[in-house]
Each structure stands twice: as structure tokens, then as C-alpha cells.
Ligand binder design. Structure first.
Ligand SMILES: [Zn+2]
Length: 465
């Protein structure tokens, strides 16, 4: 599969280079400024001679470099820890047409690793500052910033890119991007048109762990195919917290989950606020007492806040490794000189260094990429709430706030919708009604919209007896 795509991509690229060369002739040739002798020697070594690791169909030429410099358009999603590294790596590898999307502004706590930002940039949009920095530093490179949410940009924007790289810290955003690229696929008589595929390179890090993966939407495993790899949340087992704590974290969780609601130190119904120093101080003191009872050391104020706010510290070196792996994959696919990663790399340097790759497999009934409407099995007497719980809690769906509609007696009916307060209020009574009472029938099609994808997902209701 990868080989096939590689050659298709190469053909697509070749055509563009021809188009570009023709255009340059018409234009009288583009004035190539900001070049100097030997500038791309490090890249040419990979593209202008073959080697033991080059792609079997690879033919050394100067065209690949021209394609990368002049034509290839890359989109980087995220200008944070991974994004800064990615922009630097890509720009130094010869990519010059780069767009970057990020909705965040710079916080002082970013400065230890997001190295394109300086103290005077605090408060400014990450995308803009990162783009300015790279454009000033690397002659000829043109990074175009978009200070926006990915959800606020439409498909015509995404369609213009050859390759998209994600350096995101949110699974919902990743899934949305995955869904967007799947929605761009063109099928003719059920056969996928390979020229509609935009490869997605996805990097992710969490502390000392990270992963890099190559996704060819519609051909290889997508984000949702492997959703089970992302556990909804890391929680300690309650029995450990309550009776056999071993780690300082267990003591803090004990105070957070059991003592806080029992002792209500700041009054009835006051929710523990991770940003309130008095709250954290209280939890910290009680956690120390708990830790002393079990001879556990290591409870600190900082750790307390980290556990309460579920902060996973970002590690600059992990970001650097994962971004480098992702940028290498972009280079391999754009140049077609090497076989891309197939298709998932795991990196872990918690204790020593451990890394391996495996081929994540497509899920036959993936709700995002399988093209098959999923069956939902419920009894006619199940309540709508149960269906909603299934959509949010099932490991393979993990939706955030699904909105359900169905056609009932020829009319489009909103069964439940959470995101608009007035509609939520109007449809809330439906949650306690049974599917039968709502007029749903066996084999009924249900349309579900959710923040995890730009597309509406179709499900088929199958009544169980
Ligand atoms: Zn999938």
C-alpha cells in the first residue's frame, strides 16, 4: 500500500514540477534570491544519489529538491512544543511554503521549551510569533500564520496542502483533523481516488513518552481506528487510593477524591479549584499527613497542584525527538526518496531509552474511515440517555457532546443537542424517554454530530429483543 501511494505521490509531484518549470519559463524564470553555494548540500546528499536505504523506485535527480523548495506546501497544526520544533526542522530541511495554525497565545510557562518565543512575546499569538521568527531567521522561507481554531477553517483551505503535520496536545483536535482529511477523499464507484489523499503525519508527546505516525487517510489506519490506544483518563484504582497507597500521587488523590467532598473545608458545594492557592495548600497539608501515615515521601506543593490539575510536564527533549521523526517522514514522503514509516513509532525514555515501530491496522468498522454505518444495538425500551452514554463512554467512540437527530415520520427531529442551551433544555426530557416512545424504529438511521469530527456520522439502530 505504501509503495503504491509513494509512486502515486511521486507522479503527482512530477507533474507539478513540470507545471512549475513551464510557468517559470513563461515568467522568464523566477529570480532565485537568498541562495548561496552549498546551501542545500546536506539535503542533496539524500536526493541526488542513491543509497542502501533509498526507495526501490528512487531515481536520483535535482527535481525533488526543486519540488521541496518551490512547490511543496506543508501545513503544521500547532505552534507549541512540537510545533516550534517542527517549523524549525522543516524550514531547515528545505520546505519553504509552510502554513501554521494555532489558536493559543504565548504564556510565560512556554518559554523553557518553545524556543521561537521570547519574554517580550508573552500574550502574542503563537502562530504569528513563530512564523515571524522562522521567516527572519531562514532566508527564503515563507511561513504563513493562522491565529485560529482548526475548526474555524474550511476544507478549501486544507485541500491546498501536500502534507499535513500535527503537533497537537488534544485528542479531540487530532480526531477532528483526521475527520477533515477523510472528508476530502474522493471515491469514484467506491474506489478511492489516490490523488485526493493528503498524508497526515501525527506527533504526540506526554512527558518522557511520545509517538510519531504516518496516516494515509482512506488507506492506512486513521486516528479513530486506534482510538483504544488513547485511554480516556489515567486514574488510579480506588482500592489503591483508599487502602494501599504506594506513591505520593495516591495520597493526593485520596485527599482530592475522598477528603475534600467529606470535609468540605471551604463550604458546602465548593469545587476544588486547582488555581486557588488556598485550596491547593489545604490538599497539600492533608496529603502530607496521609503520606506520613504510610511512610511515603515526595508529596510537594508542586506535585499536589500537578495531580489536582492533571498536569503532565512537557519535556523539551521528547518534543525534539518526536518532531524530528515527523519532519523526517515529511521529507521522505515529499521527496519520495525513502519508504515512509509503516506506520507507528513509539518512543519512551522514562527509564533508559526504548523505541519500536509497528503497523497499526485499519479497523473494519472504524466510525471515521470505514464508510460503513455503524450498528447501535439497543432494546426498544432503552432510554435515550443509555444511547448517549454509550456514544461517550465506548472506548472506540469516545465522543464529547454528541448531538443526535433522526427522521421520524418524515420529519427531521433533534433527539438531543447539548451545545445550544435553549435546545438542550427543550430536548433534555427526551433523555428519559425510551427509544420506542421517541418513535424510533428498527433499522432507523441516526445522524450524530460531535466535536471530534467535522462530518456527521451515521449509525443504524438495531433493536434487540
Ligand atoms: Zn479509521
Amino acid at each position: 500500500m505504501n509503495l503504491l501511494l509513494c509512486s502515486l505521490f511521486r507522479e503527482k509531484k512530477r507533474r507539478r514540477v513540470v507545471e512549475l518549470t513551464e510557468k517559470m519559463v513563461v515568467d522568464g524564470g523566477s529570480g532565485r534570491t537568498c541562495e548561496w553555494d552549498g546551501r542545500w548540500n546536506h539535503i542533496k546528499k539524500f536526493l541526488e544519489r542513491s543509497g542502501p536505504f533509498t526507495h526501490p523506485d528512487f531515481e536520483p535527480s535535482t527535481e525533488s529538491l526543486q519540488f521541496m523548495l518551490e512547490t511543496c506546501k506543508i501545513l503544521v497544526i500547532g505552534a507549541g512544543g512540537l510545533g516550534c520544533e517542527l517549523l524549525k526542522d522543516l524550514a531547515l530541511s528545505g520546505f519553504r511554503n509552510i502554513h501554521v495554525v494555532d489558536m493559543d497565545t504565548i504564556d510565560v510557562s512556554n518559554l523553557n521549551r518553545q524556543f521561537l518565543f521570547r519574554p517580550t512575546d508573552v500574550g502574542r499569538p503563537k502562530a504569528n510569533v513563530a512564523a515571524d521568527f522562522v521567516n527572519n531567521r531562514i532566508p527564503g522561507c515563507c511561513v504563513v500564520p493562522h491565529f485560529k481554531k482548526i475548526q474555524d477553517i474550511d476544507e478549501t483551505f486544507y485541500r491546498q496542502f501536500h502534507i499535513i503535520v500535527c503537533g497537537l496536545d488534544s485528542i479531540v483536535a487530532r480526531r477532528w483533523m483526521n475527520g477533515m482529511l477523510l472528508s476530502l477523499l474522493v471515491f469514484e464507484d467506491g474506489v478511492l481516488d489516490p490523488s485526493s489523499i493528503i498524508p497526515l503525519i501525527d506527533g504526540g508527546t506526554e512527558g518522557f513518552k511520545g509517538n510519531a505516525r504516518v496516516i494515509l487517510p482512506g488507506m492506512t489506519a486513521c486516528i479513530d481506528c486506534t482510538l483504544e490506544l488513547y485511554p480516556p483518563q489515567i486514574n488510579f484504582p480506588m482500592c489503591t487510593i483508599a487502602s494501599m497507597p504506594r506513591l505520593p500521587e495516591h495520597c493526593i488523590e485520596y485527599v482530592r477524591m475522598l477528603l475534600w467532598p467529606k470535609e468540605t473545608p471551604f463550604g458546602d458545594g465548593v469545587v476544588l479549584d486547582g488555581d486557588d492557592p488556598e485550596h491547593i495548600q489545604w490538599v497539600y497539608q492533608r496529603s502530607l499527613e496521609r503520606a506520613a501515615d504510610f511512610n511515603i515521601t515526595g508529596v510537594t506543593y508542586r506535585l499536589t497542584q500537578g495531580v489536582v490539575k492533571r498536569i503532565i510536564p512537557a519535556v523539551a527533549s521528547t518534543n525534539a525527538v518526536i518532531a524530528a521523526a515527523c519532519a523526517t517522514e515529511v521529507f521522505k514522503i515529499a521527496s519520495s526518496a525513502y519508504i515512509p514509516l509503516n506506520n507507528y513509532m513509539v518512543f519512551n525514555d522514562v527509564d533508559g531509552l526504548y523505541t519500536y515501530t509497528f503497523e497499526a491496522e485499519r479497523k473494519e468498522n472504524c466510525s471515521a474511515c470505514s464508510q460503513v454505518p455503524l450498528d447501535l444495538h439497543f432494546s426498544p425500551s432503552s432510554k435515550l440517555q443509555e444511547m448517549l452514554d454509550h456514544l461517550t463512554e465506548s472506548a472506540s467512540l469516545q465522543m464529547k457532546s454528541p448531538a443526535l437527530t433522526a427522521t421520524v415520520e418524515g420529519k427531521n427531529k433533534t433527539l438531543y443537542l447539548q451545545s445550544v442551551a435553549s435546545i438542550e433544555q427543550r430536548t433534555r426530557p427526551n433523555l428519559s424517554k425510551t427509544l420506542k416512545e421517541l418513535g424510533l424504529s428498527d433499522g432507523q438511521e441516526l445522524a450524530v454530530a460531535d466535536a471530534t469530527t467535522p462530518q456527521t456520522m451515521l449509525f443504524r439502530l438495531c433493536f434487540t429483543s
